[in-house]
Design a protein around this ligand. Structure first.
Ligand code: ADP
Ligand code: ASP
Ligand code: MG
Length: 422
């Protein structure tokens, strides 16, 4: 008879050195002793991925995308083998597998591949042989890239996605994401000390927080969890404390309309100044950016004056150089005056499923920022969020003020009612 299957993922900070790897191994051994089958997904140790990116950047300004993915995947290979060895040292049978060995196939987009399918035959066989299976996160294999099998990576934070995808595919009874904080908070607890841990958050709200920069879960992992109804538990790898459940939330109507704040520093503002105000200009600017694979987010076109207008938008800060390279020749072609950029901006968002039918929340957000003399440079909204772009230097003041203004520190009565009943 097969045992209940638990999927656990350990992030980079949980595996930063040999001591921490041994600690993680002890935790895995405990779970194993409790009588569960275990598939463990690991990220690269500590800042390994950043260090590998730094090495590549020291070699060339424009590293080949294929080589970069093979390089980055090695970070996760290291930690997977070391966790496996640490388990052996504890007398626990274990084997490490790369993403491709675990049967994860992806599309061919190096650096941001999407999982196309999972055939976890080998994983199942090793489980049946009584082993804990350690899978290198963040990677897979694409058959389509050049007609032959190629290593791909899933984008920053991609081990979260490996974990949720494997949990769905193996129909795990639990999917646990161990990290360096106790769970999901009302704001990044490193910037807002008064942030409150949430016992539960809906997929929709977590997805929006992740989209708006809360790096604690990768966007794609939340999407996969939602589509496959995988309840995701986020919890600390350093202490035994209750975590946060990401799941369908039946009480969403009874909750605070604003559930949390997110912020994003990986953003830059681009303005095409005094571009002729005529049809086709937006297409001439945004088509080439799309072709270059650059994500454009907030867009503001000012009211035209004398046949000219300013067009501003944001791009990820890491893509600013390539956005400039794409746009510089166009500015001349279109007859615009100049291209200006500002990389010292940040986005701050209020997020909550109840926002769309709650008038007054935008005004409260803008008023709170005004009271702190924080200038709003751009605004965008969706059904479940309001986002303002501000100077990066104002970010922490803005987050703390918004956290107070929306009373996010205060526990929600519905949670007390649910835990009393449950
Ligand atoms: P890991 O290495 O485990 O994958 P990450 O660094 O990717 O960890 O994600 C954890 C970090 O996410 C936390 O240390 C915290 O600073 C940040 N974070 C941002 N927003 C939130 C939030 N709302 N709740 C919890 N953590 C958050
Ligand atoms: N090591 C990869 C990163 O740093 C993947 C992950 O940690 O999830 O982005
Ligand atoms: Mg992460």
């Amino acid at each position: 008879m097969s045992l209940p299957l638990v999927v656990q993922k350990f992030g980079g900070s949980s595996l930063a050195d040999a001591d921490r790897i041994r600690r993680v191994a002890r935790r895995i051994a405990r779970e194993r002793a409790a009588g569960n089958d275990l598939v463990v997904i690991v990220s690269a140790m500590g800042d390994t991925t950043d260090e590998l990116l730094g090495l590549a950047a020291a070699i060339t300004d424009d590293p080949d995308a294929r080589e970069l993915d093979v390089l980055l995947a090695t970070g996760e290979h290291q930690s997977a083998t070391l966790v496996s060895m640490a388990l052996h040292a504890l007398g626990v049978a274990a084997i490490s597998l790369t993403g491709p060995q675990a049967g994860i196939t992806t599309d061919g987009r190096y650096g941001r591949a999407r999982i196309a399918g999972i055939e976890p035959r080998r994983v199942r066989a090793e489980l049946e042989a009584g082993k804990v299976v350690i899978v290198a996160g963040f990677q897979g294999q694409s058959a389509s890239a050049v007609g032959d099998s190629e290593i791909t990576t899933l984008g920053r934070g991609g081990s979260d996605t490996t974990a949720v995808a494997l949990a769905a595919s193996l129909q795990a009874t639990r999917c646990q994401i161990f990290t360096d904080v106790r769970g999901i908070y009302t704001a990044d607890p490193r910037l807002v000390t008064r942030a409150r841990q949430l016992p539960v958050i809906s997929y929709e709200e977590m997805l929006e927080l992740a989209h708006q920069g809360a790096q604690v879960m990768q966007v794609r992992a939340v999407e996969l969890g939602w589509v496959n109804s995988v309840v995701i538990e986020v919890l600390s790898s350093f202490e035994d404390a209750p975590g946060t459940l990401i799941k369908e939330d039946p009480f969403v109507e009874q909750r605070n309309k604003v559930r949390g704040l997110a912020h994003d520093r990986n953003v830059a503002k681009v303005t095409v100044v005094a571009v002729p105000d005529r049809p086709g200009v937006a297409r001439a600017i945004f088509d080439p950016l799309a072709e270059a694979g650059i994500n454009v987010d907030m867009i503001v076109q000012n009211v035209g004056h004398g046949g000219e207008t300013d067009l501003s938008f944001t791009v990820p800060r890491v893509e600013l150089a390539s956005a400039k390279k794409t746009l510089d020749p166009l500015v001349r072609e279109l007859g615009a005056r100049e291209l200006t950029t500002d990389a010292s901006v940040a986005k701050v968002s209020i997020v909550g499923a109840g926002l769309h039918n709650a008038p007054g929340y935008a005004a409260r957000m803008f008023g709170t920022l005004a009271d702190k003399a924080v200038n709003i440079e751009m605004i965008s909204t969706s059904e479940v969020r309001i986002t303002c772009m501000i100077a990066e230097a104002d970010l922490e003041i803005a987050l703390r003020a918004l956290h107070d203004a929306f009373e996010l520190e205060r526990p929600e009565p519905i949670d007390a009612a649910v835990s009393a009943a449950g």
